[in-house]
Design a protein around this ligand. Structure first.
Ligand SMILES: [Mg+2]
Ligand SMILES: [Zn+2]
Length: 227
């Protein structure tokens, strides 16, 4: 573990990044898992999180979970899903240092969670809260998500952003409309992790006792801008 990265984090979205999104046939929608049995880690989740842990980066889950507000499942079911996630990760020694959720939705059915909050992505509330809790340097932290709102939240917190682009071309039009551009578009969490591994490697090269972030990171960022 490298102590110099202790104030850097990788923020991970949950659904579509570490676990599969689910097609709910009865409702005709693609959404989060609504039951523990629907929760299934993606095949690269464990090894990716292990790499991030090994780099000494704080690995922090940042997730909108409006399913309770919308009446898809109750809080106990949410906890059971979360328990399954931790179990699947822990038994493989993949560690999440923190987990942050927004349970709100502006049109939620449950009054308790129906509100315009500051924590629902695209807002950066959860990232800011985590940065205070862990004393993080957000500008040298990373966010990996599969949705436009993830990228928006990451951008507004000043993080380096990765869009998982299975739907790259569908999303690109909306990204342009929203004028939000991820720093990297990659097919999966593992590919994002490999890039972060390289970038962290660059961070640790020291010239005259100073980290040389700007000179080393720029070429990589530019190379990624070819979408
Ligand atoms: Mg997602
Ligand atoms: Zn919220």
């Amino acid at each position: 573990m490298n102590a110099s990265h202790m104030n850097q984090a990788v923020f991970l979205d949950r659904d579509g990044v570490i676990n599969r999104i689910v097609y709910h046939q009865d409702l005709g929608i693609i959404d989060s898992p609504f039951t523990p049995s629907q929760f299934e880690l993606l095949p690269d989740a464990v090894k990716s999180i292990q790499i991030l842990n090994g780099l000494g980066l704080k690995t922090i889950l940042i997730s909108n979970q409006p399913g309770i507000a919308k009446g898809h499942f109750d809080y106990n079911t949410f906890l059971a899903i979360e328990e399954k996630m931790f179990k699947s990760l822990n038994q493989n020694k993949a560690k999440l240092d923190g987990v942050y959720y927004c349970f709100h939705h502006p049109e939620g059915r449950l009054k308790k969670y129906r509100k315009e909050c500051d924590c629902r992505k695209p807002k950066a509330g959860l990232l800011i809260k985590a940065s205070k809790d862990f004393n993080l340097d957000l500008k040298n932290s990373y966010l990996i998500g599969d949705g436009i709102t993830d990228i928006q939240a990451g951008k507004s917190a000043g993080c380096i952003t990765f869009l998982l682009g299975n739907h790259k071309c569908d999303l690109c039009r909306f990204l342009n409309e929203e004028k939000v551009k991820p720093d990297f578009v990659v097919p999966n969490l593992y590919q994002a992790t490999k890039i972060i591994q390289k970038m962290v490697g660059f961070f640790t090269i020291k010239r005259g006792g100073k980290k040389c972030r700007s000179s080393s990171i720029r070429p990589m960022l530019q190379r990624s801008k070819r979408q």
